[in-house]
Design a protein. Structure first.
Length: 353
């Protein structure tokens, strides 16, 4: 629900139906996650901030719907006119969120990051400063600090880190490179070599070099006859490699040490009770940008295991992009190869930076 609200962010007034749905989210799910009420406040406040620029909206209807849900959601609105509607922050939601975010749950397990605001959201909504709330106590759970446990190592990712670059080279080789021409056509412009402004002469020389390079190395216009067959074969291989990397990540990020230590038993109980952060593919993508999230998925990782899994996540993300790219190529082949040949060539020559 919190991700849904984040993806619905807007800075234009909400319609009556949209406002009703937004307030329903806060009323029905706000007691489970205080951060959800704060996000709905942020969305509504941003939507009303430029209300005066959208007078064609049914401001009266918006105000009526807002009044209807005020008591149920615990939010208060202020404003004497429908064109100047202000949304006040729910202090109870702020207090509940701070207590949960700063304090431990039973078993001293920190609150799941699924139920937390991002540092930027905390800064914007709670005015908590540039770094957000100080939740350093959650970085290492108390039961792990007090009792300790065996740190786990994991094997390297079964997919080589240069696999995607090699696949891109295979795709590039499917384009027939034209032979360079012996000489370029005459340059159509002229410039005074005695020009007192050196910049004009330098620009002229650069344009002439670009003209000659363009005509001596023409753009490719053909692909190999069996290009479609090779793309299909590569797609099957890439899909297998993506599934292999995905299984590797899910297996080693969900395991628990079997040494029967208090920390391992505590973590197993919390996972069984649903209090620990569940792992999903969305979490893998988030970990590619924020490697520290891996410790929330699994706090038993050694430094070497953390690096291996983070590298595996990046390889898996590259494979996902490559698999999607191969799917686009096959659709272009199936549509009309002759018509879409220039587009196919551009897709085949795309390289990651």
């Amino acid at each position: 629900a919190m991700q849904l609200v984040r993806h619905s962010w807007t800075n234009i007034p909400l319609s009556d139906a949209e406002l009703q749905q937004l307030r329903s989210i806060s009323v029905l799910g706000g007691h489970l996650a205080p951060a959800l009420r704060l996000l709905t406040y942020d969305l509504e406040a941003s939507a009303c901030q430029l209300q005066h620029l959208h007078l064609h909206k049914t401001a009266a209807g918006v105000a009526a719907a807002r009044t209807e849900f005020t008591n149920a959601a615990g939010l208060a609105t202020a404003g004497d006119s429908s064109s100047d509607i202000r949304v006040e922050l729910d202090v109870d939601a702020v207090g509940d969120y701070q207590q949960l975010a700063m304090g431990p749950l039973p078993g001293a397990w920190g609150l799941s990051s699924h139920q937390l605001l991002t540092p930027l959201e905390e800064q914007r909504i709670l005015h908590s400063g540039s770094r957000g709330l100080n939740k350093s106590v959650q970085t290492v759970p108390r039961w792990l600090r007090d009792h300790g446990t065996t740190l786990l190592d994991v094997p390297a990712c079964p997919v080589a880190d240069n696999y995607v670059s090699q696949a891109e080279q295979q795709l590039s080789s499917l384009v027939v490179q034209p032979k360079p021409t012996a000489a370029a056509p005459p340059y159509p412009l002229s410039c005074n070599t005695n020009d007192p402004v050196p910049l004009r002469t330098d620009m002229h020389n650069e344009l002439q070099d670009s003209w000659e390079a363009y005509h001596q190395c023409p753009e490719p216009t053909e692909i190999q006859p069996d290009a479609e067959h090779k793309v299909k074969k590569l797609q099957v291989e890439v899909q297998q490699q993506r599934q292999l990397a995905e299984g590797y990540l899910l297996q080693h990020l969900c395991g628990v040490p079997d040494d029967h230590s208090p920390a391992g038993v505590c973590f197993s109980l919390l996972r069984t009770a649903g209090l620990s952060k569940p792992l999903a593919l969305e979490g893998l993508l988030s970990s590619a940008v924020r490697p520290d999230l891996l410790k929330q998925f699994k706090p038993f990782l050694s430094a070497k295991a953390h690096g291996s899994l983070w590298l595996g996540i990046n390889i898996w993300a590259q494979l996902c992009v490559l698999e999607d790219r191969l799917g686009r190529l096959l659709k272009l082949f199936a549509a009309d190869q002759e018509t879409y040949t220039p587009v196919i060539i551009r897709e085949l020559l795309v390289r990651r930076i």
